[in-house]
Design a binder for this molecule. Structure first.
Ligand SMILES: *[C@@H]1O[C@H](CO)[C@@H](O)[C@H](O)[C@H]1NC(C)=O
Ligand SMILES: *[C@@H]1O[C@H](CO)[C@@H](O)[C@H](O)[C@H]1NC(C)=O
Ligand SMILES: *[C@@H]1O[C@H](CO)[C@@H](O)[C@H](O)[C@H]1NC(C)=O
Length: 288
């Protein structure tokens, strides 16, 4: 009977070891995405597990920017690293605050802890942070004309200015995202240092009554950064013209003689009036 018991104890040994493995990092909290100019609180959570902490250090892309050694006076020291500005009033053991983050703050952040002797246990954990330089304005729709007739082509541009990374643009017609057959792509325009990107996406659409089935044609351009972490929209609504006496208008099928007049009236009937042009910005609360 002793053999199975011994086996059980041997099987449990690795588990016991894991539970009492000494100092370790349980969690690192670093914002995944942030907008330029915001502050970021970096947290490194520890479990001492019987050890005494000797030091905690933060690194960005292999460069150390912070150290906390409880025995030292003062315990915290800040090192100069590009893209890192630490709030000196908010630099503790478990928590350090970066202020005014920039695109250069994008990178891999690593927390490292070391225990005092005799164990000298060490642990590290990393997390990535990406800083978004969002456009200052919602996307802009250009190329609108006052009126459009049936069969006429609506050619518009949507432009999202100066962001990093470049914004992804999409067009929707009456709430449905349109496919490539309606889109005209243009090269991304980049300028400045750090580089900011301006993107333009064209829309071409031939007018037909069914587009106005609900009384108006809604066109929407959405600019997004990193899969909807940030989003901003511009919309245009083209409304039809409502006639007071539509029954007085001749129809093409009834007569052939006055085709010219009928065509004119038909074109008039389908002349669409631009009524509203609105822009709206929507920001995802996750990144504010
Ligand atoms: C973090 O960024 C580094 C360097 O860009 C990359 O190699 C790594 O896969 C990223 N890790 C995660 C979890 O995204
Ligand atoms: C759309 O933008 C492109 C690139 O800037 C330009 O060449 C084109 O003329 C614009 N079209 C309209 C309708 O504004
Ligand atoms: C315009 O839209 C309204 C609904 O808003 C509809 O009642 C009317 O018949 C439409 N007129 C034309 C000419 O399509």
């Amino acid at each position: 009977m002793a053999a199975p018991l011994l086996q059980t104890v041997l099987l449990l040994l690795p588990c016991l070891h894991a539970v009492t493995a000494g100092l370790r990092i349980t969690k690192v909290e670093v914002p995944r995405y942030l907008i330029v100019g915001k502050q970021a609180t970096l947290r490194c959570h520890l479990a001492l597990e019987g050890d005494v902490l000797y030091s905690l250090k933060w690194w960005k892309d292999g460069k150390q920017f912070y150290q906390y050694i409880p025995q030292n006076d003062p315990p915290n020291v800040v090192f100069t690293v590009p893209g890192i500005t630490i709030n000196p009033k908010h630099a503790e053991l478990n928590e350090v605050e970066l202020v005014d983050v920039q695109t250069s703050s994008t990178g891999q952040y690593k927390c490292e802890v070391v225990a005092e002797g005799p164990t000298f246990n060490t642990d590290t954990m990393t997390a990535n942070m990406t800083i978004l330089d969002t456009p200052d304005e919602p996307p802009r729709i250009s190329g609108l004309e006052g009126t459009y007739r049936e069969g006429e082509t609506i050619t518009l541009n949507c432009t999202s200015s100066r962001s990093r990374p470049p914004a992804t643009l999409t067009w929707s017609i009456n709430g449905r995202q349109v496919g490539p057959e309606h889109l005209v792509t243009y090269p991304v325009h980049s300028e400045g240092s750090p580089q900011l990107h301006t993107t333009t996406l064209g829309l071409t659409l031939t007018t037909r009554p069914s587009l106005f089935a609900s009384g108006a044609l809604d066109l929407r351009c959405s600019a997004t950064l990193h899969d909807y972490v940030w989003r901003s929209d511009a919309t245009v609504t083209l409304e039809n013209v409502t006639y007071s006496q539509p029954h007085h208008l001749p129809t093409l099928s009834k007569t052939n003689s006055s085709g010219g007049v009928e065509l004119c009236l038909s074109l008039l009937l389908l002349t669409m009036l631009l009524l509203t042009l609105t822009s709206a910005a929507a920001f995802d609360p996750r990144v504010t």
